[in-house]
Write a protein that binds this ligand. Structure first.
Ligand SMILES: Nc1ncnc2c1ncn2[C@@H]1O[C@H](COP(=O)(O)OP(=O)(O)OP(=O)(O)O)[C@@H](O)[C@H]1O
Ligand SMILES: [Mg+2]
Length: 447
């Protein structure tokens, strides 16, 4: 397990900027377990301030907690005093010389005492501009943060000076977490757990991925056994409907109509649910390269793996048939990875570009047209160059490579790429293998 802090330079820079341009209000939010608290802790190594973790109790208890946190920076702060509002407390904190106040899991506080929002508004409007204070509000309920803290109509709307949405880590930093794995094992792990540092830290890279899945998700008492369901329950009021949508998507539905039908929902409702899932980063909508109909994908790898693979062995898990469950997972994994690898390749595009394997592009997408599929097409509308990519979660030898390339060429011809573009390039991205210039493998990318 690593102690090292990985990446997050952009986020730290924005935090430093908000610190130098005090007074400011900073909103930090992002998926559960993505590394928000750690980011704040790293920032606070260099800047002294009060840090408070809100609780799901009540207003008075949170006020007492916050006063206590300020008291750890200014000795004797609020001694014998019982605050009834957060604005009064923050005013006193500033008067006592505190220049940084961080309130973590702020959404918990909002949940138990919505009036904390209007009290904060009062502080942010009337008092904060007269100070040199940085106030940071952080939370993991993305819906609540976007709707109640950042959203139009919310008391703080338009007043924020900065916000950071903390995203999962990029695939190329997995090296730091899993030094004993090969490139292939690291990308397999990424396709299953995503770039969520909390999960990555739990993985033991001296045993293989399936054993980790067994220990962390399948086994009784495994720390991630109910994580997917928990995420939906925390974020949404009717988690079971969201579960149905994700199950429909995991079984292959990608268009609104198919997802709605498979989940047993009217189309208009399905749109709203998909929108919410999109907002919290679990789902993504992909505009088509041409044509009208967009498609939806499960963007969060951990959720995707849970609904595609783990759900199917839940009954074995309930019966505590551990070995049987692991066997089923081993069998299901190649199919899952075959699909998920297309998403991984999307996430790898910056590296592929930097290393010169792919062209600079203005548009990217999968092509599904006239009964033909191309995994990934990169289009550069300025230069008139297109690059068509076949993604293979397998070992590709020289013979396979030339077969895949011929196939791509035929598809390009058939769909009119060769006519519409000045130049069409081809590339095969394979898990492993060899086969010349137009084949790139994970080992080539040194991941
Ligand atoms: N950039 C990073 N590099 C290395 N480890 C990290 C990084 N970010 C987070 N971690 C580790 O991952 C774990 C989870 O991070 P953290 O608690 O900050 O997540 P969080 O977003 O605050 O989660 P929650 O929503 O549950 O509060 C911690 O053990 C933390 O040390
Ligand atoms: Mg946290």
């Amino acid at each position: 397990m690593i102690e090292k802090f990985v990446d997050r330079n952009d986020e730290l820079r924005v935090l430093m900027e908000s610190w130098s341009s005090r007074p400011s209000l900073m909103i930090i939010y992002g998926r559960r377990r993505v590394g928000k608290t750690r980011l704040l802790k790293e920032f606070m190594r260099g800047v002294r301030g009060a840090y408070f973790l809100s609780r799901l109790t009540n207003h008075a208890d949170n006020l007492r907690g916050l006063a206590g946190a300020v008291g750890r920076v200014v000795e004797g702060f609020g001694a014998g005093k019982e605050y009834v509002s957060i604005d009064a407390l923050l005013k006193d904190a500033w008067s006592s010389g505190v220049e940084l106040v961080v309130i973590d899991e702020f959404t918990y506080w909002v949940r138990v005492a919505p009036r904390v929002m209007s009290e904060l508004q009062l502080f942010v409007d009337e008092y904060l501009p007269k100070t040199r204070m940085l106030l940071v509000l952080c939370g993991s309920l993305i819906g609540v943060m976007e709707r109640d803290v950042l959203g139009g109509g919310a008391p703080l709307y338009g007043r924020r000076s900065f916000s950071i949405k903390v995203e999962p880590l990029k695939p190329w930093v997995l090296k730091e977490f899993l030094p004993n794995y090969s490139s292939m094992e690291r990308m397999t792990t990424y396709a299953v757990f995503g770039g969520v540092p909390y999960y990555l830290r739990l993985i033991d890279d001296s045993v293989d991925l399936v054993e980790n899945v067994g220990k962390l998700i399948v086994s009784k008492g495994g720390p991630l056994r109910d994580e997917a369901e928990f995420m939906l329950r925390e974020e949404f009021r009717n988690p079971s409907v969201y579960g149905r949508i994700l199950r429909a998507m995991a079984s292959g539905a990608t268009t609104l109509g198919k997802i709605a039908d498979a989940a047993g929902l009217p189309h208009t409702h399905a749109i709203a649910y998909l929108d919410n899932l999109r907002r919290v980063g679990i789902v993504d909508r992909r505009a088509p390269l041409w044509g009208r109909r967009g498609t939806y994908v499960i963007r969060d790898y951990f959720m995707n793996f849970n609904y595609s693979v783990i759900e199917k062995v839940r009954s074995l898990m309930e019966l505590e048939m551990y070995d049987e469950a692991l066997n089923e997972i081993r069998k299901a994994l190649p199919t899952y990875l075959g699909r998920a690898f297309e998403e991984v390749v999307r996430d790898l595009l910056p590296i592929l570009k930097r290393k010169g394997y792919v062209i600079p592009f203005t548009k990217v997408g999968k092509v599904v047209r006239k009964g033909v599929e191309i995994d990934l097409a990169l289009l550069n509308e300025r230069s008139g160059i297109a690059q068509l990519i076949e993604v293979k979660w397998s070992k590709v030898g020289p013979k396979d490579a030339s077969r895949h390339l011929r196939n791509l060429e035929r598809k390009a011809e058939y769909l009119g790429f060769t006519e519409r573009f000045n130049e069409v390039k081809y590339l095969i991205i394979a898990r492993e293998g060899e086969g010349g210039e137009e084949v790139v493998t994970l080992a080539d990318l040194d991941l």
